[in-house]
Structures are given as C-alpha cells and as structure tokens.
Design a protein. Structure first.
Length: 318
C-alpha cells in the first residue's frame, strides 16, 4: 500500500515531481526553441535560394530579357514556387515579381520587402521575421541579397516565405512529449520501487536484529555484506550489540555474586536464630552468637547500601 511517509512513497513522489518539473520546463521552452530553429533554417534556405535567383537574373539580364525568360528560368528551379520573389533594380523599383503568392498577409510581405531593400542595395544581406496578422500568427521570413555585376550593385533579390509547418511540428512534439512523460513516469515508479526496496532491506535486517536483542539474544549480529550503502550502520549496530552482550555478561556475573554475598549472611543468621529458638545453643553461648548475628546484619546493611549507591550511579542521581 502506498504511504507517503515511507521510503517508497517519498522516492516515488520525488522522482515523479522531478520528471513533471523537467517536462513542464521542456513544454514551455521547447516550442520557442523549435520555432526559432525552424525560422533559422528557413532563413538560411531563403538566402541560398535568393543567391541562386540573383545568378539566374544576371544571366537573363545579360540576354536583355527580364520577363518571360526570367519566369521560365525560375520555374525550372525546384521548390521555388513555395516563396514569393521580388527583384528590384538599383533604384528600388520592382523589375520582376513571381506569380505565386504564398504569403497570406500580402501587406506584411510587401512591408517586409520594402524594409529590407534599402539595406540590401547598400551591400548588406538582410533578413526580417514578422508574424502574419491572422489567427494562426504564422511567421513570415523575408531575406534580401544584393545582385552584383562587375563589383557594382545593379539590384537585389527579395524572397519571402510563410512557415506553415511550425504548428504541426510543435503539436507532434507535444504529443511525443506527453507519451514520453507517461513512459518516464512508469520507469520512475519502477526505479523508486527497486531503490526503496534496496534501502528498506538493510533497515529490516537491523530491525530484526534489534528485536532479537530486545528478547535477550545478545549474540545476534547484522551481516555487513548485505547492508550495501548502510554498511557503516551495520558496523555501528554490531559494536553496540557487542557492548550490550558484555554488559549483560557483567550484569549476570554481578547478580550471581550479589546473590551469593546475600545468601551467606542470611544463612548464618537463620541458623543461629533457629538454634537459639529451639534451644540447640546454650544460654551461655547466646550472647556470642547474637554478636555474630549482629555482625552479619551490619554486613548485609553495608552490602545493601553499596547496591543502592550503585543504582544511583547508573541512574545518574549520585
């Protein structure tokens, strides 16, 4: 039966609490980390694609056609239909735009593109991340790279893409986290049971040995080899048992000696008094034997006084 105050109960509670706390931290932090990683990967991908588009544009530009030929060239590039592409000249005017519109928030995409064009035409590679103004709040990544021809900037490529897979990725992660959490809970309970049993078994051995000593078996000892981490407890317990055994042997010897010391004068007193009463001892000798009886009673009194003093010393009252 589960009892919180037991070692098993406390270990289960501790293990489960640590696991729950760890999974709560992961549940709060990992979605943001996954989102940041997805955005970073998308940003790197867009930069690579934007550079390819820039190279294609230069080839088409040199042929004197930036319209139909540009569209056909872009269409031959795989996966480029998943983003919006804008090519601007060095005066910030759009000279070509892709037909696809993959970003749902057009105003956001256009604003992001307008925001990066000046920096890109100045020679820098620029990227911005904005969030669509809709219920999903999907991130929109916009990157820009300059188009260089003979060490001069003739335009720039702006690529924008809306990351639609983040919510699905986070949902799958949370589902896996929940399943993993339940599985880890079961493991924690199993580990707690094994660990608590390993800790309780030595204590049970000590308790059994203590019970035997309480019943008078002072030769009972705890097997140190079976105590594992509690071997020091077993060594200390065995030392205590040895001291108790010595004390018991001393006490038994003391009781036997005291019994003998008490019996001898009592036997003498009983014999002399009995002799006086039944007339075995003559009246002339009575005073002699009565003096002996008096000495024996004084001896008994002194012995009893010593016993009382010893009892006070042992109780700490002396």
């Amino acid at each position: 039966m589960f009892a919180f105050r037991s070692i098993y109960g406390r270990l289960v509670f501790t293990f489960c609490a640590v696991i729950i706390l760890a999974f709560m931290i992961m549940a709060f932090t990992m979605p943001g980390i996954l989102r940041d990683n997805a955005i970073a990967e998308e940003r790197d991908t867009l930069f690579d694609k934007a550079k390819v588009v820039g190279d294609v544009y230069l080839d088409v530009y040199e042929q004197g056609d930036t319209g139909t030929l540009m569209q056909k060239s872009i269409e031959r590039l795989s996966s480029y239909d998943e983003m919006d592409i804008v090519i601007a000249d060095r005066f910030s005017s759009a000279v070509w735009e892709s037909d696809s519109q993959n970003v749902s928030d057009r105003e956001l995409a256009e604003a992001s593109a307008s925001g990066v064009i000046p920096d890109v035409l100045a020679g820098a590679e620029k990227s911005v991340v904005a969030y669509a103004d809709n219920e999903a709040r999907l991130p929109v990544v916009t990157v820009g790279v300059p188009i260089r021809m003979r060490d001069s900037i003739v335009g720039c490529v702006i690529c924008s893409a809306e990351i639609n897979s983040i919510d699905g990725l986070i949902s799958r992660y949370m589902s896996q986290l929940l399943v993993s959490g339940c599985f880890m809970m079961l493991i924690a309970i199993g580990v707690a049971m094994a660990t608590s049993r390993r800790m309780e078994r030595p204590l049970e051995l000590v308790a059994s040995a203590a019970d035997s000593i309480a019943r008078g078996d002072f030769e009972k000892r705890v097997d140190v080899d079976r105590m594992h981490e509690m071997s020091s407890l077993a060594v200390t317990f065995n030392k205590m048992a040895e001291e108790l055994q010595k004390y018991e042997e001393t006490r038994s010897s003391f009781v036997a000696n005291v019994s003998h010391e008490l019996r001898s004068p009592l036997t003498s007193i009983q014999g002399f008094v009995q002799g006086i009463l039944d007339g075995t001892i003559d009246e002339k000798e009575r005073e002699q034997y009565l003096a002996i009886v008096l000495d024996e009673t004084k001896r008994l009194n002194a012995l009893i006084s010593d016993l009382l003093d010893l009892a006070k010393v042992e109780s700490g009252q002396f």
